[in-house]
Ligand binder design. Sequence first.
Ligand SMILES: Nc1ncnc2c1ncn2[C@@H]1O[C@H](COP(=O)(O)OP(=O)(O)O)[C@@H](O)[C@H]1O
Ligand SMILES: [Mg+2]
Length: 333
Amino acid sequence: MNVLEARNLKILFRSEEGFVRAVEGVDITVGEGEKVAIVGESGCGKSVTSLACMKLLNTPPAYVAADKFCFISRDGTVHNLLEKTENEMLALRAEEMAMIFQDPSSFLNPVMTIGQQLDEIFIYHRQMRPKEARARSIEMMKRVGIPDPEMRAKQYPHELSGGLKQRILIAMATSLSPRLLIADEPTTALDVTIQAQILGLIRERCEHEKMALLMITHDLGVVREMADRVYVMYCGKIVEQGRVDEILKSPKHPYTKALIDTIPDLDEKVDRFVQIPHNVPHPMHKPAGCYFSNRCSYCTQLCRKQMPPLFDRGEGRKVRCYYDTEALWEKSF
Ligand SMILES: Nc1ncnc2c1ncn2[C@@H]1O[C@H](COP(=O)(O)OP(=O)(O)O)[C@@H](O)[C@H]1O
Ligand SMILES: [Mg+2]
């Protein structure tokens, strides 16, 4: 059973210069307890996709359309996300779908203690009395590895480090065992040493609560650690999708290959930072044909003229490229 299904999802923004097509018809599914990632460089449409799943985009300026866009809850009820009211979403967001963001500070209330913010969840959603709620909050804080939780519960967000704040957000997001956790670049703002711990914690929480995970990241290294299946997104379109191990072993789209080359190799002694030439095009000036054509070393006239379809390569693998790029790479050596 799926928890999330998006078919032909489109997200537009109306700006002064015209329409920005941020997401151009993507199909995404997340199965029960499945760990899925969306990867791509900045500006590819990952965050707006995840916000649309939570119905957290302001409409307008955003416009969201889809042939199908639904969340399926535990009892099998299919919720059409396009038609849900804000009140209905409030209930769904607390109980069944939760999200953690890159910047935990913006999510925490600066004038409430950490304990009060956690307590509220149990008081409001589980009708607990304050004392009982605090006991649960302390238990949750222990579960996400916060040392001395009784003391921390009395502190305000600014008294905690970025890593501890992200742990609190993970505690808040997972406290009611939602069916789906969406994590949008949750470690990008943290120190490298803390990043691995936080990723480990998210994985542990998902497995323990049997939650599905939709991990949003620009880093294929994070995808390798966190997901079983991945969608590679470029300029608002899926360019490749499939099992993470298969894609890392044999990427078929030149963009995926370029992203793999940017993963820092842990064994390598020398510092290496590979960049993909040129930038992601501005969404109002995407090239004709394949959107990656102006950055692709295998690009041909056909690629510049016509957008390739998402070819089905079997066994869940799909690739938006006219060529069998593996063969092309072999030839180029
Ligand atoms: N409020 C907005 N108004 C206009 N354009 C927006 C808005 N939010 C996002 N966009 C555009 O949507 C595109 C995708 O953005 P985003 O999802 O944040 O990318 P990513 O998370 O992959 O870095 C970007 O080109 C961005 O400029
Ligand atoms: Mg983003």
